[in-house]
Design a protein around this ligand. Sequence first.
Ligand SMILES: CC(C)(COP(=O)(O)OP(=O)(O)OC[C@H]1O[C@@H](n2cnc3c(N)ncnc32)[C@H](O)[C@@H]1OP(=O)(O)O)[C@@H](O)C(=O)NCCC(=O)NCCS
Length: 414
Amino acid sequence: MNAAYEAGASGPLKGVRVLDWTMWQFGPMSSAMMGDMGADVLKIEALDGDSGRGLARASTLRTGLPEGRNVYFETNNRNKRGLAVNLKTKEGQEIVHKLVKNADVFVQNFRKGVAERLNVGYETLSEINPMLIYGSASGYGPEGPDAHLPSFDGCGQARAGLMMSATPVGVKEPTRVTQGVSDQMGAIMLCQGVLAALVARHIQGIGQKVDASHLSANMWLQGLGISMTMMRGGAFEAYDRLNSRNPLANLYECKDERWIQLMHLQPDRQWEPLMTIMGLTHLLDDPRFSNMDTRMENGTALVAEMDKAMATKTYDEWDELFRTSGDFIYAKVQTINELQDDPQVIANEYITEFDHPSIGTVKMCNHPNHYSKTPAKIWREAPQLGQHTEEVLIDELGYTWDDISDLQNKNVIL
Ligand SMILES: CC(C)(COP(=O)(O)OP(=O)(O)OC[C@H]1O[C@@H](n2cnc3c(N)ncnc32)[C@H](O)[C@@H]1OP(=O)(O)O)[C@@H](O)C(=O)NCCC(=O)NCCS
């Protein structure tokens, strides 16, 4: 373990060694999460680097940062060191095989067959280290007719049904959620799979391969709805605000054009207090709304009444009233940019500050879990291409400076 890691990293995975042969977001974010949790993550890149380094734009956001840094790459590769090694050479493969001997985890997200072609597939690496946990990401899973197909975020959202789930009633075009959410979900599932396999290794004494895919992860994101429809038949209907089945769990626009999400899933409990506070007591005796079933049948009429009432006060006025007058369940509809000023985000440090050596102090989305005794944190910026190649080869694998220049001449390392 290197001194900077020893001094900087903290978290429940401190001391776990991760080899991160990944690119873009799906694979890299899974190991960035492990890095947040304190693992010693070593990113392995081809000599021309992770393709994510060159991404010029993500949605409408430009990615350029000072000193040639890229905000997409920085986000997906924080808390890692970096090694550039040409796996199309025997010597390059040897370097990785040596690293595998002392690694706990290997993660990759290349197209099916690439790892095997480069001698870093599960069969090969588990022979070198039978206790290795090998995390592998794909678009559609390791088996089946489409196992070999390439995939990016939108493919996962499309095929797993997420786009149609996000599309409200009456809208013809499927809705795509921005910001690589399907990659992020894949990364979360790959990370949790690797963590479970680490526990199995600890308790059962076995290494194993863990697969996650865009399809599996984004199906699981909607796992409740998928299982309910399979078990019961029928389909989850698209969201229909104006014809809500439960107007007490619905979106409303306030006087200041700010939207509020009411979320009362036990509407009988909140019916009287909510109607009272909204100034709609005349509806309490209205037979159209006397119980949950009739309110569902007459949802359109009730939403219209509640729309009118909601439009009489600003969000802040409703917030004050709801907080001080009862037990109401609701949330403000916010934009991503508003999150950094949200007192709850600030109090829980869901956004954190990090002193980036090239950029200065930056704010980043923090690791989502708090660990009371082993706090996760961002302790280092993403590596420059090949930044730690010499350090790793000399300090950890016993190569000499002569070996280094020989490997450079042979185009094995940078
Ligand atoms: C992301 C994806 C679409 C990229 O496709 P691609 O750019 O065509 O890349 P591939 O995975 O097919 O292959 C990568 C190439 O880099 C090469 N490569 C990777 N690391 C290397 C290294 N260290 N040294 C030498 N070559 C390397 C591979 O050998 C391969 O080249 P080859 O086909 O000549 O053997 C595809 O990998 C994929 O679908 N992955 C699974 C799903 C996924 O994670 N998607 C990304 C979501 S963010």
